[in-house]
Design a protein around this ligand. Structure first.
Ligand code: SAH
Length: 369
């Protein structure tokens, strides 16, 4: 399937720093401040339609839009779950590659304020081949560009701002790189996206690095590199097993970087950034949910700046695996807590529309509607 792709995604505002956008405007024979104007429209006012760029002369708008805001993501379809509070979008990229993103709204309750989380993709497909993950089954199509990554967030930001999503107008609060793809295998584009997303308007949407989570299978050199970027994003490490024998099968890249190395990199990340690292663990019935594994995990993580996120497995089509029994899940939680390890069980938003963790697998079916 890996046909050579000659063309790169068109260059977009979101690929560029503000300084680069000014240069680009000048290359087009326009004054540099035009780049500031459309940047303010795009990231500050969330106006993507050039007709609304009223501070730019009408005659100039189409040309600027053509050159700086080409359509990168075309909506193929969107699906709702959880009474409309979860929205999964399937996007077609310029070359026909498909990716998905998921918007999840959490209304205010007694404990926390309302928040909106966008789960985004960093690659079309994924090359990591984890057997329990839907995306892994189809392999990698290609890396996404910085702007293709960023624009998933901007699309969600616009539809929230316009009040198009159940729950009334809102803003993007959190971003999680837990959609399709392995972010650390597309490092430069992902770090570019992190810079853009955390820049204040007019350079970017000004989302706090602390509200962004990058999830990885554990590409150790890249975790170390990310720690040195000076971007205090939250790191999530998909561990899924505390022992190499099992992890070799669940997360095949473990044959390259072992549990010990991955955890050391995670602890190093926590030390450098002072950010608590999230350890992701999908509980799979009778595969990785035994009490002995909970104890081993507890021992490995005891006293570290980490938090365990247990994810009830979302079964993927054709898989013989399923989520753990309730009592095994509870016992797993209890044993981790006995080691003094912080642990939560993640809710499975959007599982009925295959929008939950690990279920994103854009298929050709999506092209029909
Ligand atoms: N490639 C990155 C990010 C994408 S997946 C990573 O692996 O971390 C985001 C999270 O969903 C990961 O922790 C992944 O292991 C988990 N996941 C994948 N498939 C799943 C499934 N079927 N059920 C529950 N979680 C799953």
């Amino acid at each position: 399937m890996a046909a050579p792709r000659r063309k790169k995604p068109p260059l977009h505002l979101s690929d560029l720093t503000l300084a680069q956008r000014r240069e680009r405007a000048q290359e087009l024979g326009l004054p540099a401040f035009r780049a500031d104007q459309i940047s303010r429209q795009w990231f500050g006012r969330l106006v993507d339609d050039p007709a609304g760029w009223t501070d730019v002369p009408e005659a100039m708008r189409a040309r600027l839009a053509d050159q700086l805001t080409p359509a990168l993501l075309t909506l193929v379809r969107s699906q709702e779950a959880d009474k409309g509070l979860t929205v999964k979008s399937l996007w077609r990229l310029f070359d026909g590659a498909l990716v998905e993103s998921v918007l999840m709204r959490y209304p205010a309750d007694g404990r926390s304020r309302a928040r909106n989380t966008v789960c985004i993709s960093s690659q079309a497909g994924c090359g990591m081949n984890c057997p329990f993950c839907a995306t892994g089954q189809a392999g990698l199509t290609r890396n996404m560009s910085t702007a293709e990554i960023v624009e998933q967030v901007m699309a969600a930001a616009r539809s929230l701002a316009r009040g198009e999503v159940v729950g009334g107008p809102g803003r993007v609060g959190n971003i999680v790189f837990m959609g399709m793809g392995e972010p650390m295998a597309n490092y430069d584009a992902v770090v570019g996206a992190l810079h853009r997303l955390t820049s204040q308007a007019p350079e970017g949407p000004g989302i706090s690095a602390r509200s962004i989570t990058v999830s990885t299978v554990g590409l150790v050199p890249r975790i170390e590199q990310l720690a040195a970027e000076g971007l205090p994003v939250t790191l999530a490490v998909s561990l899924h097993a505390p022992d190499d024998e099992l992890r070799d099968t669940l997360v095949p890249i473990n044959t390259r970087w072992k549990v010990r190395e991955v955890l050391d990199a995670a602890f190093g990340y926590a030390r450098v950034t002072r950010r608590r690292v999230s350890i992701e663990y999908a509980l799979i019935r009778d595969v990785n949910d035994q009490a002995a594994r909970a104890d081993l995990l507890g021992k490995l993580l005891k006293g570290r700046l980490v938090h365990v996120n247990l994810i009830p497995l979302n079964p993927t089509p054709g898989s013989q695996w399923t989520a753990s029994r309730r009592k095994d899940e509870q016992e797993f939680v209890r044993r981790l807590q006995n080691h003094g390890v912080a642990v939560t069980v993640r809710d499975t938003r959007g599982s009925d529309i295959d929008g939950a963790c690990g279920q994103l697998a854009a298929s050709d079916e999506g092209m029909e509607s």
